[in-house]
Design a protein around this ligand. Structure first.
Ligand code: HEM
Ligand code: HEM
Length: 128
C-alpha cells in the first residue's frame, strides 16, 4: 500500500510536470511521458495485487466477502485506477479524455484515503 501511495505521488509529480511543459510550450523531455506511463503501470499492478490479496485472504478466512465498507472502497479504487489508465490511453485520440484522466485522478486520491482508513479499520477489528 505504501508503494501504491508512492506510485500515486510520483504520477502526480510527473503529470503536473507534463502539464507545465504543455502550457508553457517548453520542450518536453521524451523520458517524462515514459516515466509517467511506467509509474502508471506500477500503480495498476499494485492495486490489482492488493485487490487479489484482499479477496483471496478474506475468502480463505471467512468464506464470504463484503464485511465492511472496505470492500466497497477497494472496488472503487480499482475501478478508478482502471478508468484512469483507460482514459490515459485515449488522451492522444480524443480530447475529452484529458479532463477525464485528471478528474479521475483527483477522485482517486479521495479513494486511496478511504481505502487506507477502512483498511486500517478492519485491521483493528481482526487483530486479537
Ligand atoms: C493509472 C495510471 C496512469 C497512466 C497510464 C497515465 C498516463 C498518462 C498519459 C498517457 C498522459 C498523457 C500525456 C500526453 O501525451 O500529454 C497523462 C497525462 C497526465 N497525467 Fe497521467 N497516468 C496515470 C495516472 C495518473 C495519476 C495518478 C495522476 C495524478 C495524480 C496523473 C496525472 C496526470 C496529469 C496531470 C497529466 C497531464 C495532463 C495535461 O497535460 O493536461 N496521471 N497520463
Ligand atoms: C488499493 C488498496 C486496497 C484494495 C483494492 C483492497 C481490497 C480489499 C478487498 C476487496 C477485500 C475483501 C473485503 C471484504 O470482502 O469485506 C480486502 C480485505 C482486507 N483488506 Fe484490503 N484493500 C486495499 C488496501 C488495504 C489496506 C491499506 C489495508 C490495511 C491498512 C487493508 C487491509 C485489509 C484487511 C485486514 C482485509 C480483511 C478484511 C476482512 O476480513 O473483512 N487493505 N481488501
Amino acid at each position: 500500500m505504501g508503494l501504491s501511495i508512492l506510485a500515486y505521488l510520483l504520477l502526480a509529480v510527473t503529470g503536473v510536470w507534463m502539464f507545465g511543459t504543455r502550457v508553457k510550450k517548453t520542450p518536453q523531455p521524451t523520458w517524462l511521458r515514459s516515466l509517467h506511463y511506467l509509474f502508471g503501470a506500477s500503480l495498476v499492478g499494485l492495486v490489482l495485487l492488493l485487490l487479489a490479496i484482499g479477496i483471496v485472504g478474506t475468502l480463505g478466512h471467512f468464506g464470504s466477502l463484503g464485511h465492511s465498507s472496505h470492500f466497497a472502497a477497494g472496488l472503487a479504487v480499482v475501478g478508478l485506477v482502471l478508468l484512469s489508465g483507460a482514459s490515459a490511453t485515449l488522451i492522444g485520440v480524443m480530447p475529452w479524455a484529458r479532463p477525464l484522466h485528471v478528474g479521475t485522478n483527483i477522485t482517486l486520491f479521495i479513494g486511496l484515503v478511504w481505502v487506507s482508513l477502512t483498511g486500517w479499520g478492519v485491521v483493528q477489528k481482526y487483530l486479537p
